[in-house]
Design a protein around this ligand. Structure first.
Ligand code: AMP
Ligand code: TRP
Length: 345
């Protein structure tokens, strides 16, 4: 069972990214090895060019993201960690997959609607075909399992449709039997923590772009800032500590964060607050648990981030391993699509 996921090197990584995605990546590297396969994680700088951005800053954020992933526990000896633009097969496959991507489907993507509404100057064609590039990321590795947060559900559905359409259109073997040229992947969305909400507005997801700074806890926030953000978290007017996403979004979000940062269930988190005197105690408890979860990550990050040459070397080694897999897939894709010369041998 091969695992693939991607993360953008934009903005600062927050608690939603950490529990919705990064923790799953770390857990996935052993799961893949146990199944005799590999987990592949990609920092998607090409995706980051689809909205307005500053080139110099992109490279800085790329190093930040690489260092956060390593600090969180990704081990380049056990997984493949690389930068998307280092493996040109992604861009080529994205173009080829455009022929089996429905324009109407792209038009229905929530993320496109949200992000295009936020653009001031230009809604780029890149933003529109973003999901096809994301499909290429995964399909180039014939991955089965795609760990993501809930907001990527629709994009993974679309990449499944693209793979199915590709196989149906181009996968007929010499005997006319359909072959699986591309693997149809599945999303892996965690049961708890797949949609962490903004602390100031618990009806909106925590996010780099749409949310509030006070309501967003960053992986690299100082402990004092984390405490303050949780203290000011929006809850509700009764004082019952109970998990009920619809009726009590703020309290439920805090309970989920308490559970994931302590590594317990939501029920256990709720039970641990049975003697609380009010929401203040819950906020203190979550703040402490989150600080404790992030402390070792922040410590390792501080050791890793300054050595950009070492980060580059890690990414280069990852890219080499990634390319070996992706180039095989691309050779098959070109062959069945009739693109380029007939393959030798
Ligand atoms: P991005 O930084 O947009 O590349 O997102 C990286 C990963 O974090 C993706 O798998 C997202 O689904 C996940 N993610 C982003 N925001 C949240 C959130 N508020 N809660 C849980 N997961 C999230
Ligand atoms: N679109 C994803 C996000 O914004 C990032 C991403 C790019 C990705 N390529 C991917 C996620 C491939 C999973 C698989 O979070």
């Amino acid at each position: 069972m091969r695992i693939f996921s991607g993360i953008q090197p934009t903005g600062r990584k927050h608690l939603g990214n950490f529990v919705g995605a990064i923790q799953q990546y770390v857990e996935g590297q052993q799961r893949a090895v146990d199944h005799g396969d590999v987990a592949i994680y990609c920092i998607v700088d090409l995706h980051a060019t689809t909205v307005a951005y500053e080139p110099r800053e992109l490279r800085e954020r790329l190093y930040d993201t690489t260092a956060i992933l390593l600090a969180a526990g990704l081990d380049p000896e056990r997984c493949v960690l690389f930068r998307q633009s280092d493996v040109q097969e992604h861009a080529e496959l994205a173009w080829l997959l455009c022929s089996v991507t429905s324009h109407g489907d792209l038009n229905r993507m929530h993320q496109f609607k949200d992000k295009s509404a936020q653009q001031r100057e230009l809604v780029s064609a890149g933003l529109f075909v973003y999901p096809t590039l994301m499909a290429a990321d995964v399909l180039a590795y014939r991955a089965h399992d795609v760990p993501v947060g809930d907001d990527q559900r629709q994009h993974v559905e679309l990449m499944r449709d693209i793979a199915i359409r590709f196989n149906a259109r181009f996968g007929a073997g010499a005997d006319g039997e359909p072959q699986e040229v591309l693997v149809v992947p599945e999303h892996r969305i965690p049961a708890v923590g797949a949609r962490i909400m903004d602390l100031q507005d618990p009806t909106r997801k925590m996010s780099t772009t749409g949310g509030s700074v006070e309501g967003t806890v960053y992986v690299l926030d100082e402990p004092a800032a984390i405490t303050k953000k949780f203290k000011r978290a929006v809850t509700d007017s009764d004082n019952e500590i109970r998990h009920d996403r619809a009726a009590k979004p703020g309290v439920s979000n805090l309970l989920e964060l308490l559970a994931v940062s302590r590594g317990t269930s939501i029920d256990e988190a709720q039970a641990s607050m049975a003697d609380a005197r009010g929401y203040g105690d819950l906020k203190t408890a979550v703040g402490e648990a989150v600080i404790e979860m992030l402390a070792p990550v922040q410590e390792r990050y501080a050791q890793l981030r300054h050595d950009e040459a070492a980060l580059e070397a890690t990414l280069a080694a990852g890219a080499e391993k990634a390319r070996a897999i992706a180039s095989d897939t691309l050779a098959d894709v070109r062959a069945v699509m009739g693109v380029g010369p007939v393959a030798a041998g």
